[in-house]
Design a protein around this ligand. Structure first.
Ligand code: GRF
Length: 217
């Protein structure tokens, strides 16, 4: 099967990027990172890409007159590298409906909550404050609304009595690193597709193990 070509967009540390780099370093993995693009020059993820021998590009959004001009360059760079799929990995810029439309069903994002709950920022603190029993993360296809779109994969983790924003973030991040490469693999192997507002799966075990917290006495 030909490898799916990825463009990974970042703004920061890039631990999810690293998880994708590590997965792609396996010759059997059905995807390859063609380019890593950051909108911030100081993003450590750019170093991670360089260390892995992957093309690293900074397109600094502050040097453009408006969002449209920035996205025009972004689009050209992604096309230039022949990417089939964009993976947003901690990319902290909102994208316009025009850009999202150009990459419809060819752009995915990872978000640190069980969507559609807790869109936006400070997801872990808000979940703890609400006393919900589970935190988690979601990989989804991108739609113009923030943190919206057909859900590909989710991981749920129980929230403990002593949980802090930091401990929950660390717990969830570990799952993100497992899940993001898996979601990319599913797409590359043609095992997931969008149907209306949701994803449908082919040859995938959707599981039937309940997560209960607190555990029944
Ligand atoms: C992750 O929590 C991801 O879910 C969110 O931004 C964070 C990026 O972290 N979209 P990293 O840069 O991959 O370490």
């Amino acid at each position: 099967m030909p490898q799916l070509k990825l463009a990974v967009l970042i703004s920061g540390g890039g631990t999810n990027l690293q998880a994708l780099i590590d997965a792609c370093s396996n010759v059997d993995f059905p995807a390859k990172i063609e380019v890593v693009i950051s909108n911030r020059p100081d993003a450590f993820g750019l170093e991670r890409a360089k260390q892995a021998g992957i093309k690293a590009v900074c397109i600094d959004h502050t040097s453009f007159a408006d969002r449209e001009a920035f996205e025009e360059d972004l689009h050209s760079c992604i096309k230039e590298h022949g990417a089939d799929l964009i993976c947003l990995a901690g990319f902290m810029r909102l994208l316009t409906a025009t850009f999202v439309g150009r990459w419809k069903d060819r752009m995915i994002n990872i978000h640190p909550s069980l969507l559609p709950s807790y869109k936006g920022l400070h997801t872990h603190a808000r979940a703890i404050e609400d006393g919900v029993r589970f935190g988690g993360c979601t990989v989804h296809f991108v739609r113009p609304e923030m943190d919206d779109g057909p859900i590909i994969m989710q991981a749920a983790v129980p929230i403990s009595a002593e949980e802090t924003e930091e401990t929950l973030a660390a717990k969830v991040l570990r799952q993100e690193h497992i899940m993001y490469p898996q979601a990319v693999k599913m797409i590359a192997e043609g095992k997931v597709r969008v149907s209306g507002r949701i994803c449908v799966f082919k040859g995938i075990d959707l599981g039937d193990t309940a997560l209960i917290s607190p555990l029944p006495i």
